[in-house]
Design a protein around this ligand. Structure first.
Ligand code: GTP
Ligand code: MG
Length: 195
């Protein structure tokens, strides 16, 4: 699946702009700067496909990437960016709500959690939204190259504890580093299995 061609399809700012719901898609959600774009680049083996950046709030559209004709990978705008204007935040929240509740072909949401921080209040908001939308979600720890083994065990426990409260949560946590490549093959296999 990941060996074939990968293309950027489009950036979407309204539900009317979504591409036809003609194939399985998975989306990547998470706080601004958590590493969503970097993870998509690591998964697809393309360093600059999704724009990764040090500037929080870089990805402001719902960006669609196609794996051949088989899957869409969907990069969602980051949330929890304190400096974003209130009106913009409200607009994105509305779009995100509509997208999560209304996209028939969305099979799983990967919710990225920074391994240094664990699940925060701002993440809980989206987890509740996913519950209400009945979208199965799976937690993906990012940037594990930045923590040690003891911290890793602790954050996995914290995340599992947080997930236990959410009916839409898939219990298994994926541990990744886009920088070092850890967990990338595991995540590819999960995406390939979803139909
Ligand atoms: P927004 O689009 O603003 O929501 O951010 P994002 O979630 O797409 O994050 P992005 O991929 O742009 O990464 C943010 C920063 O974290 C960049 O400086 C990346 O280089 C860095 N980063 C991402 N993944 C990793 C990782 O696995 N390890 C390390 N050390 N840094 C990472
Ligand atoms: Mg991004």
């Amino acid at each position: 699946l990941f060996a074939g061609p990968v293309t950027f399809v489009k950036g979407v700012v309204a539900m009317s702009g979504l591409p036809p719901a003609d194939r399985t898609e998975v989306c990547f959600a998470g706080r601004s700067n958590v590493g969503k774009s970097s993870l998509i680049n690591a998964l697809t083996g393309r360093k600059t496909l999704a724009r990764a950046s040090n500037t929080p709030g870089r990805t402001q559209e719902i960006n669609y990437f196609a794996l051949g004709e088989a899957r869409y990978l969907v990069d969602l705008p980051g949330y929890g960016y304190a400096e974003a204007p209130v009106a913009i935040v409200a607009k994105w929240q509305a779009l995100l709500k509509q997208y999560l509740a209304g996209r028939q072909t969305l099979r799983r949401a990967f919710v990225l959690i920074d391994a240094r921080h664990g699940v925060k209040d701002v993440d809980e908001e989206i987890l509740k939204l996913l519950d209400r939308s009945a979208v199965t979600f799976q937690a993906v720890l990012t940037k594990v190259d930045k923590i040690n083994k003891v911290e890793r065990a602790a954050v996995i426990e914290q995340v599992k504890g947080a997930l236990a409260k959410h009916p839409a949560a898939y219990p298994e946590v994926v541990v990744t580093s886009s920088e070092k490549g850890e967990g990338i093959e595991t995540l590819r296999a999960i995406i390939a299995t979803l139909e």
